[in-house]
Each structure stands twice: as C-alpha cells, then as structure tokens.
Design a protein. Structure first.
Length: 355
C-alpha cells in the first residue's frame, strides 16, 4: 500500500469516527438530499449452513441486529425495489432510505435473517441464483471454499498443479500462495485468469477426491423454494441473480439474456410475484457491461444493482445502483458516514475518500 493510500484511509477513518461519535452524522443526514443506501451481504453466520464460507461472506446475527437498529433510528428500512421507487420523489420523504440486500439465496437468510427482520419489523431484498435452488448444483467457488477449508492453500495448489493442464494458472496460483494473500488471490486468479473449462474440471476433481457431495452441500448451503416462498410471504423482496452466477461480461448478449431472463422466468414460475430488481453476479464494472444493462432494461426490471460502493439519489444510474458491502469486518462508523451522505458531502467539496 502506498503512503498516499494509507493517508487517505487514515483520514477517512478519522472523519467517519468523528461524524459517528459526535452525532454530527445526524446533522449531515438532515442537510444532505434524501438518498437510498443499499447494504450488500451474503449470509448471517450459521455454522450448520456456512461454516466453511470465507469471512467476507458472513456477518454475526447480533452485529447485524445492532446495525439495523442503529439505521432504524434515523432511516427508513425498505426493499431495493421500493427504495428505488420512493427515492424518485425525494421531497416526499421525511427520512433517507436504507435497504439490506443479501446475494445468492443462502439457507441462513430464511433460518437466521428472517426471524431477525421480523423481530425488528424490517424487510430486505434477497437475490436468488437459480441453479442451486432448482438443480441443487453449486458454483466452482463453493467447491473451492469447501475443499480449502479441509486441505489449506498449499496442499490445494499442489494437487491443482498435478491435475490441471493450464500451466500458466498453476504458476500464478503458486505465486499467490507464496505472497501470502491466499484465499482471496486464489479466487481472483481462478475467476479471471484461468481457462474456465480446465478450472471447473480441476476444482471439481479435487472436491470429489475429498468426498465432496455437490447435492448435499447445495442442500446445506442454499435455501429451498419452500423457504423462498416463506420469505416472499413475509414481505421480503426476491430478486434475480442469474441462473449460474456467470461473469456476464464474458458472455455475448444472447447468452446474457438467457442467464438473466431464464432466472426471471423461473422465479415467476415458482413464486407469487414477478421479480422487480436484478443484481449482476460479482457486480464489479468489469463483471457486467452495456449489454447487461440493456437486457436489464428490456426485461422490465425497475432497477439493477452493482457491487460498487456509494449511495443513490433520484439521478443515480438506474441500471448500476451502488451498494455498500457488509460483513463481520465492516465498521459501523464507515457505513453510517456513507448512509448519512458524509462521503458525498466531501465529494461535493472536492475530496474523494470513498471506496
Ligand atoms: Zn452473488
């Protein structure tokens, strides 16, 4: 990390702590235009469902409850679809809006998150991936996480090197492990740089060698359609997250359309109401493209969300709404500073300390 970047992080931290602990965030919140802040997570910590998940996919129930209570004091908690609709009339809002979104459709969203939402009288938006629900199949990333949890990175890379014929990727994986940024880097190399067919085959072979059972793991990790319907019944918004969690930008427009509209049709078939919003898998600017946004528009969604940090006002890019990641390591003072418009205020003053 460069000295300049370290300084930026330190200033950002000091600014957010000051706003949060002095209560100034409430003043900023009142002064700044009304906005919609969308929080983005994956699961609530529940060992029966997600013990092997990386830390950045989980948040403890007690922490999430405390955070939602904090937001409930100064904001209105809404779904993504309602939040986007209502932010179009900012003058009609007495408070700014916060939406909690959770991606992929994990079982804990039903068993842990729903009771928490009901206790608080709150709601959320959950983005469902079709394949784990419909076919009980999982992506290569979850086979990777599950196996890494058993073997550790060194052993994993050794075996990968023996089974894969993609030599360039094996070299990069070995280098990533040597540099010590292990699981995150392994995932990044396998996601963006590996030959996808070789990767899927190799990850699956290692998973099976360790007696991994795809259907059983899918059952343990993901909710069922029955549970999805219980969430819908309870007023939780269920949105589209594609059939197979593909990197959309790697697909042509027809294949993207099949991923997005296929999942949309399946949800319409299995649930009571049509999905109103879409979350691009992975969600970074390089994971989707102009075709993805055009297909979101032609598919009559109300808006689509990315994974880039920031808040949204009425003029936000409707097909690329921003979200702020939450996990166990996220910090409440930074979340509140985003939500109250504290970083937007700085940007207006020409200082960009966000992201
Ligand atoms: Zn996802």
């Amino acid at each position: 990390m460069t000295a300049k970047h370290k300084l930026k992080l330190a200033l950002r931290e000091a600014y957010a702590r000051t706003l949060f602990h002095t209560g100034l965030h409430r003043v900023v919140n009142r002064l700044m235009p009304r906005r919609l802040t969308i929080l983005m997570g994956h699961c609530v910590d529940a060992p029966a469902h997600n013990a092997h998940f990386p830390r950045d996919m989980k948040i403890g129930a007690a922490k999430l409850e405390a955070w939602l209570r904090t937001f409930q004091r100064d904001y209105e908690l809404v779904t993504v679809a309602d939040g986007w609709k209502r932010i179009q009339e900012p003058r009609a809002l007495s408070k700014s809006l916060v939406a909690l979104s959770m991606d992929d459709g994990y079982a804990d969203n039903r068993t842990e998150l729903l009771p928490l939402l009901q206790k608080l009288g709150a709601t959320a938006t959950i983005y469902l991936e079709e394949r784990p629900l419909e076919e009980r199949r999982i992506t290569w990333t979850h086979k990777l996480f599950w196996t890494l949890d058993r073997s550790g990175p060194d052993e994993y890379i050794r075996r990968y090197g023996e089974l894969s014929s993609d030599r360039a990727t094996c070299e990069k994986l070995a280098a990533a492990v040597r540099e010590g940024r292990q699981i995150y880097q392994l995932k990044r190399v396998l996601k963006y740089e590996a030959d996808p067919a070789d990767r899927d085959r190799t990850v699956d072979a290692i998973f099976r060698e360790r007696s991994g059972d795809e259907a059983r793991l899918a059952q343990q990790m993901y909710m069922s359609w029955e549970q999805a319907r219980e969430l819908e019944q309870a007023g939780v918004e269920l949105g589209v997250h594609t059939i197979s969690h593909a990197i959309l930008s790697r697909l042509d427009a027809d294949a993207q359309r099949a991923e997005i509209q296929g999942c949309q049709r399946r949800l319409a078939e299995r649930l009571r109401a049509p999905a109103r919003t879409l979350a691009y898998p992975w969600g970074r600017r390089w994971d989707y493209n102009a075709d993805s946004c055009a297909i979101a528009a032609e598919s009559r969604f109300e808006c689509a969300v990315s994974s880039h940090a920031g808040t949204n006002d009425a003029r936000a890019k409707r097909w690329e709404l921003k979200r702020i990641a939450i996990d166990d390591d996220a910090r409440l003072h930074l979340l509140v500073t985003e939500a109250c418009g504290g970083f937007d205020l700085l940007r207006k003053l020409g200082v960009d300390w966000s992201e």
